[in-house]
Design a protein around this ligand. Structure first.
Ligand code: 5GP
Length: 181
């Protein structure tokens, strides 16, 4: 599971991992956040709040959380046989997953600096007031996630970060062959 503040590059790292590791299966989340300009249609299942809450009631989520006013949730995973589930989620959801699956591997991605994170958030088109909110939210997320993360990876150089995460996952798999996430 990849955890970390917005703008740290979790999505990019997840995409790269999926490309190079056929055993990984990326879960697609639901969100009530509006689709960003230029964001892929399949980045999330985009739904309204009522639809989301109805799925909560129906027990359709493995975890879900509210983040900056929007709801995000992981549908109960149904990976093909033998594949490992990769989640890319915020810290409250990650805590719920760890409570349900104590064998989950939690990789906390952190930005090399607040300024780099700010530039990344701006670069992907977040509104300016949202950028500052995400920065402060991100700092408390990192603090909270440190307490239960399996390992921390600094995403300074993307290729290095992806290599680091891939080797952590491989080591984790050899140590606990039945583990998912
Ligand atoms: P964004 O709006 O930038 O796409 O996502 C905001 C935050 O929600 C990010 O930290 C992202 O990892 C997290 N997130 C995405 N999907 C889920 C999910 O299914 N559950 C939870 N708890 N967080 C999610």
């Amino acid at each position: 599971m990849l955890v970390g503040p917005g703008g740290v590059g979790k999505g990019t790292v997840a995409t790269r991992l999926i490309e190079r590791d056929p055993m990984l299966w990326l879960s697609r989340s639901w969100t009530t956040r509006p689709q960003r300009p230029g964001e892929a249609d399949n980045a999330y299942v985009f739904v309204d709040r009522d639809t989301f809450l109805a799925n909560v009631e129906a027990g359709g989520f493995f975890e879900w959380a509210e983040f900056l006013g929007n709801l995000y949730g992981t549908p109960v995973p149904q990976p093909p046989e033998g594949r490992d589930v990769l989640l890319e989620i915020e810290v409250d959801g990650a805590r719920q997953v760890v409570a349900r699956r104590s064998d989950a591997c939690v990789i906390l991605l952190t930005p090399p600096s607040v300024e780099v994170q700010r530039q990344r958030l701006r670069g992907r088109g977040d509104r300016e007031e949202h950028v500052e909110l995400r920065i402060s939210e991100g700092l408390s997320e990192v603090d909270a996630a440190r307490s239960f993360a399996t390992v921390v990876v600094i995403n300074d150089d993307l290729d290095t970060a992806v290599d680091d995460v891939a080797s952590i996952l491989n080591r984790y798999r050899s140590a606990s062959p039945d583990a998912a996430d």
